[in-house]
Write a protein that binds this ligand. Structure first.
Ligand SMILES: NC(=O)c1ccc[n+]([C@@H]2O[C@H](COP(=O)([O-])OP(=O)(O)OC[C@H]3O[C@@H](n4cnc5c(N)ncnc54)[C@H](OP(=O)(O)O)[C@@H]3O)[C@@H](O)[C@H]2O)c1
Length: 335
């Protein structure tokens, strides 16, 4: 068993990690922390009463080093790199769920803040599993992709070689409210969300440069990426619709099937996808169709799992020599 910890155990993604780690056959949960600590995990999350009883400490680097070989940082950006830089120097493997190690330095500093751990930025592996699986096997630092970029990239990457790259790419994304974390805000209040839907940060969201940067890194193509996220009144789930222009005549479903033939957590669907069928799982469901040279690609994920915590756990599995699917949820919350 490999000892692991979760810093940020009171948050939404932290809870998802704890739920999967409780019964993981290769990882032993030895450390949980939040800003203040001094509580029990089942007190923070009553849903865990009679499932796990474990103290939650005030986050402290020395304690992580003493207790863990690998740690998940389910923390806000900037806070994460403050922990990661010292932990990495002290030999602890890190899986970071924040944006701190996802981007090239220039992109990060333009859209987030000054980077405080430039020394480790280059060694981070972007944990979009299907495209970086081999690199993750030797990684000491995995950078969890954003939830929207996960669903978008898994859907559109197989089509990039067939696209008219002079045409803009339009991404229309819809997310459940848990994507914003546990903090209450005016935007995510019940009265504002209930029976409502709206775009936020259209063409200005921080996930737009992440999507553009990874398309360029993986395919060497610079695209005009236009990303519009919406909030929808559901707790979890993300549906991404991509509109693009083809330059070649292809069968979209065949392209997807060929690309993901050996990827157990991608399901190619012959009818449009929905969020509920992936809710509670690590699956990404993808559908695509075309009308002449107009391409429509639609992908669905659970933002808290494939978009964050289960993708982080798969990265940890690979970093520790385990099977990719060890302890990874596959049964959806249906009906
Ligand atoms: N939600 C998603 O769907 C999603 C998807 C992909 C990536 N992410 C990323 O994953 C990270 C966590 O997201 P989340 O939704 O789980 O956020 P969240 O619900 O707001 O939880 C954040 C956690 O960080 C802890 N924390 C903050 N500052 C800390 C500090 N200085 N020391 C120790 N703990 C500290 C908080 O603890 P306290 O309770 O003590 O404040 C809380 O447990 C973020 O970077 C987010 O962008 C989230």
């Amino acid at each position: 068993m490999i000892n692991v910890g979760v810093v940020g155990a009171s948050g939404y993604t932290g809870l998802e990690l704890v739920k999967m780690l409780v019964s993981h056959s290769g990882f032993k949960l030895t450390y949980l922390a939040t800003t203040q600590g001094d509580t029990m995990i089942e007190q923070l999350h009553p849903s865990l009463v009679d499932v796990i009883s474990m103290p939650v400490e005030k986050a402290d680097i020395q304690s992580v080093v003493k207790s863990c070989e690998l740690v998940f940082l389910a923390l806000p950006h900037k806070t994460s790199m403050g922990f990661a830089k010292e932990l990495l120097d002290k030999g602890v493997k890190v899986v970071d769920l924040s944006a701190d190690y996802r981007l090239e330095l220039d992109t990060y500093e333009e859209h987030y803040c000054e980077h405080e751990d430039k020394a480790h930025l280059n060694e981070a592996v972007y944990a979009l599993i299907e495209y970086y699986r081999e690199d993750l096997k030797t990684a000491k630092l995995a950078a969890g992709p954003g939830c929207y970029p996960t669903a978008t990239l898994l859907g559109i990457l197989p089509f990039i070689p067939y696209l008219d790259t002079s045409a803009p790419l339009f991404i229309d994304a819809k997310s459940g409210v848990s994507g914003a974390g546990k903090k209450l805000t005016k935007m995510t209040s019940f009265v504002n969300m209930n029976e409502n839907i709206f775009a936020y940060n259209p063409l200005k969201h921080r996930h737009e440069p992440e999507i553009a940067e990874k398309i360029e890194k993986i395919h060497g193509v610079k695209l005009n990426v236009n990303f519009v996220p919406h909030l929808i009144p559901v707790t979890r789930g993300e549906l991404v619709s991509v509109y693009a222009t083809l330059k070649k005549d292809i069968d979209p479903i065949e392209v997807l099937k060929k690309q993901y033939a050996n990827d157990p957590f991608i399901r190619i669907r012959e009818t449009p996808v929905d969020i509920k069928s992936t809710s509670g799982t690590h699956f990404c469901d993808i559908f695509a169709t075309k009308n002449g040279n107009a391409l429509f690609v639609s992908s669905a994920i659970d933002n808290l799992l494939r978009g964050a915590s289960s993708q982080a756990l798969v990265a940890a599995n690979l970093m520790c020599g385990y099977d990719e699917g060890m302890g990874i949820p596959t049964i959806a919350y249906m009906p």
